[in-house]
Ligand binder design. Structure first.
Ligand SMILES: *[C@@H]1O[C@H](CO)[C@@H](O)[C@H](O)[C@H]1NC(C)=O
Ligand SMILES: *[C@@H]1O[C@H](CO)[C@@H](O)[C@H](O)[C@H]1NC(C)=O
Ligand SMILES: *[C@@H]1O[C@H](CO)[C@@H](O)[C@H](O)[C@H]1NC(C)=O
Ligand SMILES: *[C@@H]1O[C@H](CO)[C@@H](O)[C@H](O)[C@H]1NC(C)=O
Ligand SMILES: *[C@@H]1O[C@H](CO)[C@@H](O)[C@H](O)[C@H]1NC(C)=O
Ligand SMILES: *[C@@H]1O[C@H](CO)[C@@H](O)[C@H](O)[C@H]1NC(C)=O
Ligand SMILES: *[C@@H]1O[C@H](CO)[C@@H](O)[C@H](O)[C@H]1NC(C)=O
Ligand SMILES: *[C@@H]1O[C@H](CO)[C@@H](O)[C@H](O)[C@H]1NC(C)=O
Ligand SMILES: *[C@@H]1O[C@H](CO)[C@@H](O)[C@H](O)[C@H]1NC(C)=O
Length: 506
């Protein structure tokens, strides 16, 4: 890695501190049989959850092995979304199968409930591994859990969440070397030997040992959550030279002025200065390297299958980096699944959400879903119609609470308090008032997005995704007011929905 690039990553690490981004790539592998009859042992499940994998900006292009081994051998969901684009709230939604307003994890800080003691006493005790464990699954976790996991003020490494038989969780946010793991409640420190410590490889190796040692009469659930391709983007040595000359793609909304958009999108410099362009091109390059490291993991594993999730925006609407926006590049994620009953080469258009993973796993394991407090729904029917009748959900919610700093940033004297992620060139990617909720209508006929901001302008954005897939034109002033009113009513219902009422909005 060149000095310049290393420097960029270091700046990024320092400036972003503990905050991180939303999720990305999931792969699920099902073996054996789905439990649809009594006495049948349910499927084994492997979930690979990668971090910051996007789909709109070409993030899947280098993932050739993953596409071949999972997508072509099973189902690729072309309308997969996260219900919130920030890391800790999104991971919490995956674990609980709930929208953020029903698990109350607001941001990546302890004060915003990220792995807080309140979360540990409350929602975490109802996460999907608890149910899988009751169904006699043997469970394994390896990798990044929640950004504040292992914090001294919230149980330290001694805290092992319920439902996991083998626990290998990273303390804090993404690292590839020089990290601490909680191994079943005991701290294990790692240095920077590739052979001994590289985290992506280490969790894979441990999951293989788990498979060797387990008792075969029970089904297993493995969750591998490598930090890749999240910053600090430390590629494995053999992939350091790949993608040296890659640029971020210059299409779609790249460096387009955020016209008629909320205030945060009106502040970037347009066209972007060379310093921002250089920053984001270097960034894109390192992210690609990480993705390649991820392949290697898939290739070597004799367990490789998947689901996917994530978002990033290098240069969209002139924002240099990050993923805290309501637009497609930040909420649309990859999701690939293979397994028994799932026909190969399927491209599935039905919308699926990260909150649907928990229901899907519990459905496979034989849990009666009406007894579980989830907002999502099983997508088993979409992948394997011979096993389940499908239900359509034409509306869903995306909700986000903006992160800010209460004090002014001394390196950006022109900016006031309340903003965050102001780099490079003092362009801010987030703020307390970047708080919004959106309803997405995706019913096979219309594809509309309607969003309301909790800011001093009560700003509203609406996009017709059919005619304007890059969300260049806010149509709020043009569209028939009765459509706006309908969307507003649905949004109000969704923002306080719970369980069935989240799935059955008319
Ligand atoms: C954190 O979660 C608890 C319940 O688990 C809730 O009472 C509290 O209001 C939440 N905090 C925030 C900031 O949402
Ligand atoms: C790990 O820590 C050692 C000792 O502090 C340091 O020399 C090395 O550069 C670090 N490695 C990485 C990849 O951060
Ligand atoms: C993982 O296992 C492989 C094969 O045994 C080994 O070469 C590699 O060093 C291991 N890596 C880690 C980080 O444990
Ligand atoms: C920005 O970069 C372009 C292409 O490398 C170059 O032509 C231009 O002169 C640069 N502008 C500034 C202000 O440095
Ligand atoms: C699932 O649980 C609901 C609510 O307790 C119950 O009414 C229903 O009969 C159960 N279904 C099955 C198949 O057991
Ligand atoms: C789907 O629904 C039909 C009609 O209610 C029922 O006969 C059939 O058994 C169902 N199939 C599955 C796989 O649940
Ligand atoms: C996280 O949420 C809490 C509770 O709302 C808030 O006090 C805190 O400022 C938030 N953190 C950031 C970085 O925005
Ligand atoms: C949002 O907050 C920032 C920072 O506090 C402020 O400068 C800006 O005017 C606010 N914008 C709106 C529309 O509320
Ligand atoms: C969205 O665009 C499509 C294709 O141009 C059009 O058929 C549809 O009526 C539009 N919907 C709205 C609400 O403007």
């Amino acid at each position: 890695m060149s000095g310049g690039r290393g420097g960029g990553a270091a700046v990024h690490r320092r400036r972003r501190g503990g905050s991180a981004v939303a999720l990305t790539l999931l792969t699920a592998w099902l073996t054996c049989c789905v439990r649809y009859a009594e006495g049948v042992k349910p499927s084994n499940i492997v979930l690979v959850l990668v971090d910051d994998q996007d789909v709109v900006l070409g993030g899947m292009t280098p993932m050739k092995k993953t596409k071949e081994l999972i997508g072509e051998a099973g189902a690729t969901f072309v309308n997969a979304f996260t219900v919130t684009p920030l890391c800790c709230p999104s991971r919490s939604s995956i674990l609980l199968g709930r929208y953020p307003h029903n698990h109350e994890v607001r941001n990546n800080s302890l004060s915003g409930n990220c792995s807080s003691t309140q979360w540990q006493k409350g929602p975490e005790a109802e996460a999907f591994p608890v149910y899988l464990s009751k169904q006699k699954y043997q469970t394994f976790f390896g990798g990044k859990y929640l950004n504040q996991y292992g914090a001294k003020a919230a149980g330290d490494v001694d805290h092992v969440p319920p439902g996991w038989d083998q626990w290998n969780a990273l303390v804090g946010n993404s690292q590839y070397y020089n990290y601490t793991l909680s191994v079943n409640g005991k701290a294990e420190k790692h240095g920077d030997s590739y052979e001994k410590d590289y985290l992506t490889d280490l969790i894979l190796n441990r999951s293989l040992s788990f498979l060797d040692d387990r008792s075969p009469q029970h089904p297993f659930f493995i969750m591998l959550a490598p930090p890749a391709p999240h910053s600090p983007w430390t590629a494995a040595p053999q992939y350091q030279k790949e993608f040296n000359n890659v640029q971020a793609p210059r299409d779609g909304s790249f460096d387009k002025l955020g016209k008629d958009k909320h205030w945060l999108l009106r502040q970037p410099v347009n066209p972007m200065p060379n310093s921002s362009l250089t920053f984001l091109d270097n960034w894109d390059e390192v992210v690609l390297k990480k993705k390649i490291s991820k392949h290697k993991m898939n290739k070597n594993a004799d367990v490789q299958r998947s689901l996917f999730f994530c978002p990033i925006c290098p240069g969209q609407f002139s924002l240099p980096i990050d993923k805290r926006q309501l637009y497609e590049f930040d909420i649309r994620t990859p999701l690939l699944v293979r397994g028994p009953g799932i026909k190969p080469n399927q491209m599935i258009k039905a919308p699926v959400l990260n909150i649907d993973l928990a229901s899907t796993f519990l459905d496979i394991s034989g849990v009666n879903l009406s007894t579980v407090n989830v907002d999502g729904q099983s997508f088993l029917a979409q992948m394997a119609p011979s096993l389940r009748n499908s239900t359509v959900r034409p509306f869903f919610l995306v909700e986000y609470t903006g992160e800010g700093n209460p004090t002014k940033d001394p390196t950006c004297p022109k900016l006031g308090p309340g903003v965050s992620q102001c780099f490079p060139d003092c362009v801010c990617e987030d703020a307390f008032n970047n708080t919004y909720a959106c309803v997405r209508m995706l019913d096979g006929k219309q594809d509309l997005q309607y969003c309301e901001f909790a800011d001093s302008e009560s700003f509203v954005e609406m996009y017709n995704m059919t005619s304007d897939p890059h969300q260049l034109e806010n149509i709020v002033k043009k569209v028939d007011p009765s459509i706006l009113q309908d969307m507003n009513q649905r949004l109000i219902k969704l923002q306080s929905c719970m369980g069935d009422s989240c799935r059955n909005i008319k």
